[in-house]
Ligand binder design. Structure first.
Ligand code: NAD
Length: 264
């Protein structure tokens, strides 16, 4: 039985993880962290989804994680930094799904990964890991004469732009292209002629879109467009629980979803 503490337990992702965790036989919820501004603090973490858990929402990170084998975090960058510090202190593995990490949170992540296993991925879905692998291979086959553009669409409430997944795809494209020749263009306006080696990244926001990512590889006379569409947050939640199961018992280190899934 894996004991899980959930950070950001009342959020869109938190509720999805909670649903799956409560339906699984091999996980137990032992802590639920929420913002000090959350009016539901002190109430049962499952109240929002109509499933009592016996675990109350708290804003005390140490209390939230004290009984956990692993912390699953879908919160905000500030919370992520304090979760990572507290988990490292207690020797508890972490799965970080939060995106838009600040420099402080990235430092906390690097530091924690010297003491505990940390799986960090801006996208926990199997499909997006596959999209990354396809992109890497497509760019290898097509060579440097194909221009790369990355488009992402998300719901109106998403805070960070471009999405963490778009930034991960950018990282893959930059590596495939050879870092020295790459430059990044976020959106275009005015005199925006394309430079060779430029990678465009464009964010669209609206409605309740869970998350769409398209990479366009455009050459002379032809182009390839590779798209992943998430239609349910359940795919991120099941990926996060798979990562949680995998992370428990791993030696300290910073791990990717591709490693969790055995893709590389
Ligand atoms: P959300 O706003 O619905 O939920 C975030 C929750 O965190 C809220 O309930 C909020 O009250 C809570 N929170 C804020 N500050 C906190 C603090 N200091 N301590 C504890 N809790 C705090 O957002 P969401 O859509 O659930 O997304 C959460 C994060 O996960 C975002 O960064 C998003 O980009 C990311 N995300 C990642 C994946 C992935 O697969 N890795 C998928 C979807 C979303």
């Amino acid at each position: 039985m894996i004991h899980v503490a959930l950070a950001g337990a009342s959020g869109r992702m938190g509720r999805q993880v909670l649903e799956q965790l409560l339906s699984a036989t091999d996980f137990r919820l032992v802590g639920a962290l929420e913002s000090s501004r959350n009016p539901e603090l002190g109430t049962d973490a499952g109240a929002l989804i109509g499933r009592p858990t016996g675990v109350r929402l708290t804003d005390d990170v140490r209390r939230a994680i004290e009984k956990a084998h692993v912390v699953v975090d879908f919160s905000s960058p500030d919370a992520t930094a304090s979760v990572l510090r507290a988990a490292a202190e207690k020797g508890i593995a972490c799965v970080v799904g939060t995106t838009g990490l600040t420099d402080e949170a990235k430092e906390a992540l690097d530091e924690a990964s010297t003491k505990v296993a940390v799986v960090a991925a801006p996208n926990m879905s199997v499909g997006v890991q596959t999209l990354g692998e396809i992109l890497r291979e497509a760019m290898r086959l097509l060579g440097p004469d194909f221009d790369v553009e990355i488009l992402e669409t998300h719901h109106r409430a998403k805070i960070d732009a471009p999405s963490g997944t778009a930034l991960r795809l950018l990282e893959i494209a930059t590596q495939a292209q050879g870092e020295a020749s790459s430059s990044v263009r976020n959106g275009r306006k005015g005199n925006a002629r394309r430079e060779r080696g430029e990678i465009g990244v464009h964010a669209i926001r609206g409605g309740d879109v869970v998350g769409d990512h398209t990479v366009i590889l455009a050459g002379d006379g032809e182009r390839i467009e590779i798209t992943h569409r998430a239609t349910s947050r359940a795919v991120f939640a099941s990926g996060a629980l798979r990562a949680a199961q995998w992370a428990v018992g791993q030696p300290p280190g910073k791990y990717t979803m591709a490693q969790v899934l055995g893709l590389r």
